[in-house]
Design a protein around this ligand. Structure first.
Ligand SMILES: [Zn+2]
Length: 163
């Protein structure tokens, strides 16, 4: 029955938007680790973006329904926790789309633990580009984002937390 390839499956998964950020796909997000064709189905290894991120269940459901539509019946989702997902896995293209969507993309690599140490870097406003911004809340519209406010254009915006 194997008429699919890892590549064709990956292409199909690219059509699945991130449940929280519809402008980027789950492939852009970097959560798809590996696609393995099995004699009787497909195994998709995914790495959760954020522990306790409620979007992960949605992503799993979306992967299963997408592959079922391709005629694949036996779908196994395997959670891979190491190495842990980091915002470094976001493609540059995805970061640019995040910015256009009004979410400040992650600006530091995961080696920077400013959110843990309590020191915050200046985050650029995705609307006007001002660095004159302030943290309003560690938790924005979802647990994966922080809420910032721009002091120049007065717009609140979400910042994709670096983890
Ligand atoms: Zn602004």
């Amino acid at each position: 029955m194997q008429t699919h390839t890892e590549q064709s499956i990956l292409e199909a998964l690219k059509a699945i938007p991130d449940p929280e950020i519809p402008v980027i796909s789950i492939v852009d997000l970097g959560v798809i680790r590996k696609i393995t064709l099995l004699p009787t189905g497909v195994e998709v290894a995914i790495t959760p973006t954020y522990s306790g991120c409620p979007a992960m269940k949605q992503m799993e459901d979306d992967i299963v329904s997408t592959l079922k539509k391709m005629g694949i019946e036996n779908i196994h989702i395997k959670m891979v926790y190491t190495p842990a997902w980091t915002t470094d896995w976001l493609s540059d293209d995805a970061k640019e789309r995040l910015r256009k969507y009004g979410i400040a993309p992650p600006q530091e690599s995961t080696s920077d633990k400013s959110f843990i140490t309590g020191k915050h870097k200046q985050i650029k406003c995705p609307r006007c580009g001002s660095l004159h911004t302030e943290l309003v809340s560690q938790f924005g519209s979802t647990a994966c984002k922080a809420l910032y406010k721009c002091k120049d254009c007065f717009e609140p915006f979400d910042y994709f937390k670096c983890i």
